[in-house]
Design a protein around this ligand. Sequence first.
Ligand SMILES: Nc1ncnc2c1ncn2[C@@H]1O[C@H](COP(=O)(O)OP(=O)(O)OP(=O)(O)O)[C@@H](O)[C@H]1O
Length: 394
Amino acid sequence: MEESFDLKIPNFNLGKEIGRGGMARVFLGEQLEPKRKVAIKIVTPQGNDPKILEDLQKEGDTVAQFSHPNIVTVFSCGVIEKNYYLAMEILNGGDLKNKIDSGVTELEAFNIMLDMAKALEHAHKRGTLHRDIKPENILFHEDGQAVLVDFGIAKAQNTVSEFTRVGAVVGTPHYMSPERALGKDIDERSDLYALGVVLYEMLMGKKVFDGGDTFAISYAHVHEPIPDLPEEKKKYQALLNKLLAKNPDDRFQTSTQLIAQLKKYLRRLKPVTDTTHSFAPLPELAALKKKSSPLPFIITGVVVVVAVLLGVWFMNQQANQIDVNLADLTPAQKIEMTNKLAAANSFFNMENFDAAEQHYMDILTNYDCQEADARSRLKIINPEKLNQIIAACE
Ligand SMILES: Nc1ncnc2c1ncn2[C@@H]1O[C@H](COP(=O)(O)OP(=O)(O)OP(=O)(O)O)[C@@H](O)[C@H]1O
């Protein structure tokens, strides 16, 4: 892909083409003052629609105001001879689409999610939606940091009718929220839905709804149930369900809420990625559960783990903040929680305190209503409360 493009942009030299999208071509280039290497995207709207150029310019100006490590840095933008150009930093670590093709670890997936949620938080707080979250628009620096690109294109494409756009311009309805597929107004929760689709794809290596034409896929986003993750990834099902809820009111309402949740998952993923066994599925759980009641071990385990973790600090806290809404647990959830308690106990019994603590945290994260950070979450581990939970599950 070494084609050149004969367009004179003041203060820039255009180099070779490095990529091509639905409406745009991207070139390497050089800014003359201040001197630096740049990537230059050039959009030539079909039919030279001045409204599209106007929208692109508006969004380019908006994104140029952003200053965030996970949003592409824009140096300059403008319209020249009915072409829109955008000069930006070069991102030469590839895109997420390619990364998914070669396999993404769970830790990588959650780091990318966190980077993207932070990018969206920055944009949303400034009143800008992305509207076209997809793996192709998530690029990487060489060091692996994920960067969100393509805000301007997304907004401008909205000037075209949704389905025309999907069919003819963007070419994919795969990341489209149900409300968007229905032609309703969208807000930041629509971007978060799309990010949920990206999470599914990173975890499973395939799209959440695929097959059929644009309308079939859009229909699936509106009506088809969220697929079940396989057993070894079940721990992410609740997060996925919240991201991909059909009703925006059932999703994370803000990127900030999502960030808090992702940090919890990352805290649990990070220490265990090198020791595989800690997060591994536990096929022996059912047997363990039959052999012994976890109750006495849990109580002892919790006391020791908490004491080790928090020591005197914890002893000074009167922890009684947990608000487990047992009435809301389904029978299946109760069984799942009992299994988790058995797992926590068995790790504790094997003196694998790290893994035990991971499981206790998992239980608390999934079955309490607190949104506090890990420190205050640890405060709420107290034997009496866990005792009540266990009793209610038996
Ligand atoms: N800042 C950049 N640095 C390096 N490569 C880039 C940069 N921006 C885009 N590219 C690459 O240029 C190609 C085209 O980019 P573009 O954003 O138009 O693609 P796209 O998102 O696939 O298209 P569309 O948004 O129309 O579906 C992609 O391969 C992309 O990875």
